[in-house]
Design a protein around this ligand. Sequence first.
Ligand code: NDP
Length: 305
Amino acid sequence: MTKQDIERADRRETILIDGAAVAASLHSELRSAVENLVERGLTPGLAVVLVGNDPASSVYVRNKIRRSVEAGLRSFHHELPSTTSETDLLALIDRLNSADDVDGILVQLPLPSHIDAQKVTSAIDPAKDVDGFHPMNVGKLSLGGEALIPCTPLGCMLLIKGVRSQLAGLNAVIVGRSNIVGKPLAQLLLRENCTVTIAHSRTADLPSVCRRADILVAAAGQPELISGDWVKPGAIVIDVGINRVQREGRQILVGDVAFESARAVAGAITPVPGGVGPMTIACLLRNTIEAACRRHGAASPLRTL
Ligand code: NDP
């Protein structure tokens, strides 16, 4: 970081983007939306499928179920042993696709290695694909159609737009090109008329690519990869990374951004934890409500993105 950058940072306040607070307000908006739909005779339903007993996945699934019940959704929970065959899982998905009271289907990833996750994702009815991973939704998103949008990128967009509503003309750099974060987020930022760069592990001179970003999104899964001197002064920095590291004899969570040094330069920044993470479940519930409205031809009570 140059002396000039530090002086600039000292002159203004960096906005700390409180994802937990934004998610809490989204949850309360979603509760009202569900109430409104229930009054109109429609209770959206979400089915969550967990295969095996991966501890992290079990925690995620528990939280998703708890939040969907709090929002007033109908919640269906299917816990299957890790020995479940691909055929049996596909048969369950078939039943959920046909169930009229199920509007959203979420199969928690990762799946055991003997099951082809892509095959399972593609078996979900695209109209119920609340993770937005089905090829039909991926295609619709890139064509600019009415897609179900993957939850984490959707959460990132809500946080970015909470800081700045007009993004046209801004340079956005996303570090990470995964199908679940980097690529769909690039589509969403393009929709907002940003000039989008997707960086990855083979990108040449990543620091200078990042320094061009008015919006910098880190989704690489590399602890504190991005330091303050990679950040353009005043940039909006969104840290998607969740990394468990050992510090001073205990395990802590850090993002892909070196928070303190980046905060000194950024205009706005998400912390880890408490930034993007809490938005993901809220966006899952949002997608379920959206899917229910579309499936039943009901007007959506949700604000458009
Ligand atoms: P993936 O491992 O699927 O993708 C990581 C991407 O980062 C790849 O495109 C990879 O490049 C790129 N990358 C890795 N190392 C570097 C590097 N040194 N420099 C530049 N690019 C690099 O990860 P995900 O997209 O699934 O997740 C990313 C992070 O976000 C993880 O920490 C994950 O835990 C977190 N996450 C958080 C969520 C939330 O709710 N907050 C939800 C989903 C993910 P290449 O393609 O060349 O290999």
